[in-house]
Design a protein around this ligand. Structure first.
Ligand code: UDP
Length: 324
């Protein structure tokens, strides 16, 4: 099987690319390295370029008859999307459209899409089921909702089967610490907690202490990046076998507050985390927890690494050994 993985040098994309290679898939990675890292890709599989570059896509799809595209390349920061929506609509919507058109023009039949829990906005129930109403409260979530809608229309019109995964909070790193999370600047909670604890940055700011949650800070569902990787492979196999399209929420079904993450890290490592209490970050919903029954039942997915202890241990080891 030949698969084009966009954003395969990024955080989730690199773990997924590695998993696909381990399963014997012939992987080509397309990444413009604006956020990805060359070091995250082993061998010579990386093409440096942009999903919005129609001429480059034409060349790649002409050279290789890809069975599927797995599309990670996107901007992912909620706060930045509120401040700079045009950047998000350009990359996450316009460039995805260029990629979709190249895929259908060249006869690719399957598409796996990195969607997000952000499509749901403020949920009306927890854990969130797949068919929960989609009312995003930030531009990032809007772009992912539009992506899912484009896929539904492309299946109806062009027969492109797709699998969309709404990630909750991707976290953790490879268990051998060879690839991991590295954003510049870093905005995600777990690496920030660890870097603050190690004195690599100033104390963490807890964004909001007046949410309607058990301690006032936001609740999120943290899912191990290696569990996400296996879900993508299972999802692709599923849509190929059933000639269908599906959407799945990927989380652990456990929600933790920001303050609980801090305490859990202190417990796992014995290192204290300096932090201050701050204002809410614009665009943040109070609580997001995924229902994952559908992925377990239809795909046989087992999020076995998505415990706080494994996530925080792997993230801590990566932070100590990181090479990029
Ligand atoms: N958060 C925080 N301080 C930080 C970064 C994040 O309190 O410096 C909170 C954030 O408000 C959210 C949670 O940690 O409730 C997870 O945020 P992250 O940016 O990691 O992921 P998101 O939920 O935005 O996808």
């Amino acid at each position: 099987m030949k698969v084009l993985i966009t954003g395969g040098a990024g955080y989730i994309g690199s773990h997924c690319s590695r998993y696909f290679l381990e399963q014997g898939v012939d992987v080509t990675i397309l990444d413009n390295l604006c956020e990805g890292h060359r070091e995250a890709v082993k061998g010579d599989r990386l093409v440096v370029g942009d999903c919005g570059d129609g001429a480059l896509l034409d060349r790649l799809f002409s050279e290789t008859a890809f069975d599927a595209v797995v599309h990670f390349a996107a901007f992912t920061s909620v706060g930045e999307s509120v401040a700079e929506p045009r950047k998000y609509f350009h990359n996450n919507v316009e460039n995805m459209l260029t990629l979709l058109n190249a895929a259908v023009d060249h006869g690719t039949k399957y598409f796996v899409f990195s969607s997000s829990a952000a499509v749901f906005g403020e949920p009306t129930c927890l854990p969130i089921p797949e068919d929960h109403e989609q009312r995003p409260i930030n531009p990032y979530g809007e772009t992912k909702m539009i992506g899912e809608r484009m896929l539904a229309d492309y299946e109806r019109a062009y027969g492109l089967h797709s699998c969309s995964f709404r990630y909750f909070n991707a976290a953790g790193d490879s268990s051998d610490s060879t690839i991991g999370e590295s954003h510049h600047p870093e905005t995600h909670l777990i690496p920030l907690v660890i870097q603050a604890a190690l004195g690599k940055r100033p104390p963490l700011t807890v964004f909001g202490t007046d949410y309607d949650t058990r301690d006032g800070s936001c609740i999120r569902d943290y899912v191990h990046v290696e569990d996400l990787a296996s879900a993508h492979y299972l999802g692709l196999k599923y849509i190929m076998e059933h000639q269908t399209s599906e959407q799945f929420n990927l989380g652990s079904e456990n929600g933790f507050t920001v303050l609980e993450i801090i305490r859990a890290f202190e417990k796992v490592t014995g290192i204290s985390v300096p932090y201050t209490l701050g204002d809410r970050r614009p665009g943040d919903p109070a609580a997001l927890v995924a229902g994952n029954e559908k992925a377990r039942e239809l795909l046989g997915w087992k999020p076995g690494k998505s415990t706080l202890e494994t996530i925080l241990t792997d993230a801590y080891h990566w932070e100590m050994k990181r090479t990029y």
